[in-house]
Design a protein around this ligand. Structure first.
Ligand SMILES: [Zn+2]
Length: 500
């Protein structure tokens, strides 16, 4: 690309003074967004499940030229969205070469550049920024200082150099000035000390700030975006009111609304395309993994305020595949087909993402994790087998049948013993599994059915993964009008209806 390299060349190019001198970052974001809207292209590729909720609100905020904040729990793609804003920036942005704060060639704010333009005129060298270099991100912590964020001043150096203290020449720029003419994102805004929030507000409002008591003029051009946990943000006193006032839009993010949306995100984010073995993750395994997060978000033993990150199903999926991969490598199988037992083996990828309440702490993270998997298996099982008669399979166990399905054992080894369970193979059709598909897939499906029956307590399973008969139900007493399997006594199956 032949981009102009001097101020003189710049004037007669597409980057004319008329076009560039007054164009601020928020104008640029807005213009490029409008172009995308006109072309009807995806605004944020790779952001799943926000098309009707979060994305339109972000679009409105940018069209309004607002600074905005994303409020949401952990793992709701907040950082990802903020980073995606860089895709709305121009491919190249001219600035005065060598300037630490990327001064506008037609309107420099730092003294160095003003002096350079005065000295060199149209020969002032020009450089360019690409969008990635115009996005600066900072995680707020209580120990972030004005020096980190805005800059520092060296009074001794200033005195020796004969500069006035308010001269920008003596400022060591912090992150925010270095993001000049770009996007500056602060994550977890409420963790920023009040004093720093005041500094931030002053920059946004007046373009000046005090450093060590000296007023410094810095009319920066920055699009400021933030993220925060909603409870922290709305807590009284966490955010100074004038700063809150200057944040134009508050946008709430959320977890995937459906299991399918969750699966789409996990499939996109998890590392699944591995070299070597052919991998086939059954749909029910994907669903179980996703439902673990859904179950955890509803579980009273888990802290609601910190949320259950979408990273839980993502890490879980990676670990599940690895466990299946390990089995395939050790037993010389060609195909990697994860099973429900691989999900239980992936507990280390689950427990770390749960913030437990007192009751959960008492039970222990592993027990809570296993319970979540069992709940997820039960719900997924119902999806495929609700109303399907499993009596034949259950009976096989009731008559003393036992089968060990260790997660480390090869599919071929267990395949024949699974065949002994009468009626089991027919049930697999509901999962799209016939005797024509790979043995690995058949074993995984059969195990899912047994795990489903175990999750519903219709059969038993030991620590050593031996499936057996379930605990005997107390004998039904004839005088009892209903049992817990029948929530509508006399109300179902027409013929048995009673009228009292
Ligand atoms: Zn400059």
């Amino acid at each position: 690309m032949n981009l102009p390299r001097s101020l003189g060349e710049l004037r007669s190019s597409q980057f004319s003074e008329e076009r560039v001198s007054q164009r601020r970052v928020k104008d640029e974001l807005r213009e490029n967004l409008v172009a995308k809207l006109e072309q009807n292209t995806t605004i944020f590729p790779g952001i799943v499940g926000y098309d009707d909720t979060v994305v339109p609100q972000i679009v409105n905020a940018i069209l309004s030229r607002h600074n905005f904040i994303l409020l949401g729990l952990r793992g709701q793609a907040k950082s990802r969205i903020l980073r995606a804003l860089a895709t709305l920036l121009d491919p190249e942005l001219p600035y005065i070469a060598g300037c630490e704060i990327h001064d506008n060639p037609y309107a420099p704010i730092c003294r160095r550049c003003r002096e350079e333009v005065a000295r060199l005129g149209d020969n002032t060298p020009i450089a360019y920024l690409i969008p990635e270099h115009r996005y600066v991100e900072k995680l707020a912590t209580p120990d972030v200082t004005i020096a980190d964020l805005i800059g520092d001043i060296d009074p001794i150096k200033a005195a020796r150099g004969g500069h006035e203290l308010s001269s920008e020449l003596t400022v060591h720029y912090g992150l925010l000035p270095r993001a000049n003419r770009g996007i500056f994102a602060i994550n977890e805004l409420p963790d920023l000390a009040g004093k720093i929030q005041v500094g931030l507000f002053n920059i946004m409002q007046e373009g000046d700030v005090q450093i060590k008591g000296y007023p410094i003029r810095l009319p920066l051009d920055v699009a400021l975006v933030f993220s925060a946990n909603p409870e922290d943000y709305t807590a009284r006193g966490k955010i100074i009111t004038p700063l809150k006032d200057r944040i134009g839009s508050e946008i709430r993010t959320h977890y995937p609304a459906t299991v399918d949306e969750g699966i789409a995100i996990t499939t996109q984010e998890a590392w699944m395309q591995r070299n070597g073995h052919r991998l086939e993750v059954p749909k029910y395994v994907r669903e179980v993994i996703e439902r673990i997060a859904f179950a955890a978000r509803e579980d009273k033993k888990i802290d609601k305020r910190s949320g259950i990150s979408q990273r839980l199903p993502i890490s879980c999926m990676e670990n599940v595949i690895s466990n299946a991969e390990r089995r395939a490598i050790k037993s010389g199988e060609e195909m990697v087909v994860p099973r429900v037992s691989d999900i239980y083996a992936a507990l280390p990828a689950i427990t770390g993402k749960l913030e437990l309440e007192y009751e959960g702490e008492m039970k222990g993270a592993d027990a809570v994790g296993r319970e979540l998997i069992r709940t997820a298996v039960a719900k997924t099982f119902d999806q495929y087998f609700s109303g399907v008669n499993m009596q034949q399979v259950v009976q096989w166990f009731d008559l003393g049948g036992e089968i060990k399905l260790a997660e480390s054992v090869s599919s071929k080894e267990v395949f024949n013993s699974l065949k002994n369970i009468q009626g089991l193979a027919d049930k697999l059709e509901a999962l799209g599994i016939t005797n024509k598909v790979a043995v690995e897939a058949q074993v995984s499906a059969a195990e899912f059915v047994l795990e489903g029956l175990y999750a519903h307590k219709r059969i038993g399973r030991s620590e050593e993964r031996v499936f057996t008969a379930g605990e005997k139900q107390p004998a039904r007493r004839p005088e009892k009008s209903f049992d817990r399997d029948d929530p509508f006594p006399g109300g179902r199956g027409g013929g048995r209806r009673t009228y009292n």
